[in-house]
Design a protein around this ligand. Structure first.
Ligand code: DHB
Length: 314
């Protein structure tokens, strides 16, 4: 008898995903062509670049630099085509038959309200509210200031029926996990994406004595395989605190089936792939899924649901 193939299908906030891996906002998801490429790929969703109210240009270059084989620093500056463009695109992307995730980065409470209201009326399935972009000069990350976070959550929670999620910064203090988890539960947040890049690292080239990135005097977000320990910790910390009431995207350092499997053990419902998609092509989604199935088979799990959260303690 032929053995039944394991599926990596999953759900985020009640929305079905055919497989466990999709793209992370930021990488190759700014133009319509890039979004269509995600539609044609094995990415299980189309996650759109974080949008602002109006088109925003790149920071001056060099604004990104590859590090080693699997990492990168970047300070792009939230370049995007503006939220109206993405709302129009969401209609065109429907034909790919997969979840469409709009992402929003406001610079005031009023902007968050305006954009969440607009996305609530659009064709996106889920709305990811980015409260953790570290690359805007002079702007603090909303997600590091719990009063600001609460002020945003209060006003965006009842603007429509599409599930709202939060893209969170990397926390490293249990008191911060406690506080943020309490806010997430109190304000009916349906999903979280942990984590954004590790903000404001500084890479120095000793030969040229120079920073490698131009914006913000070289301070930039660190992404890729080396941030996996921080993303795993954040996924696990929130999994432990959110009582199964909130879906979790694991983001940060997922580049193969093994890292996706670790996210699954930590408690992620799905993973988003950023740097590994930047440094490879869209076959990365196919490969991660195939290798994740191999990991599940090896450990005798028959589905991602069965393996979710099943981390062992030594
Ligand atoms: C950018 C970086 C981020 O980490 C983010 O969340 C949004 C935008 C950027 O620099 O473009």
């Amino acid at each position: 008898m032929k053995e039944k193939k394991i599926s990596t299908a999953t759900t985020i906030a009640g929305v079905k995903f055919d497989s466990y891996a999709c793209n992370a906002s930021g990488v190759k998801c700014t133009t319509l062509e890039e979004l269509k490429e995600l539609g044609r790929s094995d990415s299980s969703a189309i996650v759109i670049k974080s949008s602002t109210m109006k088109l925003q240009k790149w920071n001056d270059g060099p604004r990104w630099q590859y590090l080693g084989k699997n990492d990168m620093v970047q300070s792009n500056g939230l370049q995007n085509l503006g939220c109206e463009a993405y709302i129009a695109y969401s209609k065109k992307l429907k034909k790919y038959g997969k979840a469409i995730i709009g992402s929003i980065a406001g610079s005031s409470i009023g902007e968050y309200v305006t954009m969440v209201t607009a996305y609530q009326k659009s064709d996106v399935d889920l709305i990811e509210v980015n409260i953790s972009c570290p690359n805007i000069p002079e702007k603090s990350q909303v997600g590091r200031d719990f009063e600001q976070t609460e002020a945003v959550l209060k006003v965006i929670q009842n603007l429509g029926h599409k599930p709202i999620g939060l893209k969170l910064p990397a926390y490293d203090d249990p008191a911060h996990w406690n506080k943020m988890a309490e806010l997430i539960l109190r304000y009916n947040i349906s999903f979280i994406s942990c984590i954004n890049s590790i903000g404001n690292v500084l890479i120095i080239d000793a030969f040229s004595r120079s920073t490698v990135i131009k914006p913000k005097q070289g301070f930039a977000g660190l992404c890729g395989a080396s941030i996996l320990p921080q993303s795993l910790a954040n996924v696990r910390a929130f999994y432990d605190r959110l009582e199964g009431r909130v879906s979790i995207f694991g983001v940060g350092g997922v580049n193969d089936g093994e890292s996706a499997f670790k996210m699954l053990l930590a408690g992620a419902d799905a993973v988003q792939v950023g740097t590994a998609y930047e440094r490879n092509d869209s076959r990365i989604f196919t490969n991660i899924n195939r290798e994740l199935i191999e990991m599940l088979e090896y450990h005798h799990f028959s589905s991602v649901q069965e393996a979710k959260g099943q981390l062992l303690y030594c």
